[in-house]
Design a protein around this ligand. Structure first.
Ligand code: MG
Length: 340
């Protein structure tokens, strides 16, 4: 089934879908509050912040550091653009960060005294690479959770999108699995925004040939073999990608079953199908448990690309807000500025 949405609505859906997934998952992060699957996710705040009801967390905050540069004339993959993103991360830590992932905190903390001048992105990536050499464990989900805005920048160019996604991941996450997951997720979003079909993160041809073996379970579908129980804990970027994809697939399946498999291409039935896809996808992400806001944020960015911003439930879009002082209208404007 093809979406009834426009590319502009789907681009807005990426940012709004990310933010609403994040804010809907915040209350249940690491079981901060008990989750009742019969009620579904509710934006009641709390979580690790603690957050106000509807407030998004570090996932959306860091994504907006990227989105704000993407909305300017400076290419995000230029030295100047990468420096601006890196500077945004440092400003976020100083001014707005409500919670910071372990690995991101280690990298950004090492740059506390940095003046933010030219070459900052290289200095940041070098610290991330040293951390990887020292620990061998830098494939957390902290790059994947913020990658979605990258998909909106070079919408006609998959290769350039992939290079940008990896470069921005490597600012804090040197493990190639982190970069891979950002490449795969961004391509699914990019393609969905462009043509309105529900693309899955399967573009392994955008990874270097020597990296593709790491994603064999994605290519052959065997990542589903363990069922939902294998998708938590999900702090590892590979598990996080699978968990978010599971959630998106569950949302789609719930909408298909509610519409009796009928092919709706327009009208209220199509709008209902899109809203059910988004809502049930976020519910499936939160139901997995563990890092609920991050998995729902990642899933929400792809679900938003599939369904469009107008499919996001009004009570969520009306409540969502956060650093640096945005609400749903601000996210829509930002998306328009990026793709425009
Ligand atoms: Mg978070």
């Amino acid at each position: 089934m093809r979406a009834i949405t426009t590319p502009a609505d789907r681009a807005a859906g990426v940012l709004l879908g990310l933010a609403c997934g994040d804010a809907a998952g915040v209350p249940y992060e690491f079981a901060s509050a008990p989750y009742d699957p019969h009620r579904g996710p509710e934006m009641i705040g709390g979580g690790l912040g603690p957050y106000a009801p509807g407030e998004w967390s570090d996932d959306t905050q860091m994504a907006l550091c990227i989105a704000r540069v993407a909305a300017t004339d400076v290419p995000i993959d230029s030295a100047e653009g990468l420096d601006a993103i890196a500077r945004g991360f440092l400003e976020w830590v100083r001014e707005g960060a409500t919670d910071v992932g372990t690995q991101t905190r280690q990298v950004l903390g090492a740059l506390r005294e940095d003046d933010g001048g030219p070459g900052l992105a290289e200095r940041m990536a070098a610290i991330a690479a040293q951390l990887h050499q020292r620990t061998g464990r830098t494939a957390g989900n902290g790059a994947l959770m913020r990658t979605a805005p990258v998909a909106l920048v070079f919408v006609r160019d998959p290769e350039r999108t992939a290079r940008a996604a990896r470069a921005i991941a490597e600012l804090t996450h040197a493990d190639p699995l982190a970069g891979d997951s950002c490449v795969l997720w961004c391509e699914a979003i990019r393609a969905s925004v462009v043509d309105g079909a529900a693309h899955h993160p399967l573009a392994l041809d955008l990874l270097p040939p020597e990296r593709r073996h790491a994603w064999q379970a994605l290519a052959d579908g065997s990542w589903r073999d363990g069922g939902p129980a294998a998708l938590a804990p999900n702090g590892f970027t590979v598990t996080a990608l699978y968990a978010a994809l599971h959630a998106a697939e569950q949302g789609r399946a719930a909408a298909d079953s509610a519409s009796s498999g009928a092919e709706h291409v327009s009208g209220p039935a199509a709008a209902q199908h899109a809203e059910t896809t988004y809502r049930e996808g976020i519910a499936a992400a939160v139901a997995l448990g563990d890092d609920t806001d991050t998995i729902a944020a990642i899933a929400g960015s792809l679900l938003g690309a599939w369904c469009g911003a107008n499919a996001i439930p009004g009570e969520w879009a009306g409540a969502v807000h956060g650093w640096p002082g945005h609400d749903a209208a601000g996210l829509r404007e930002l998306a328009a500025a990026i793709v425009g």
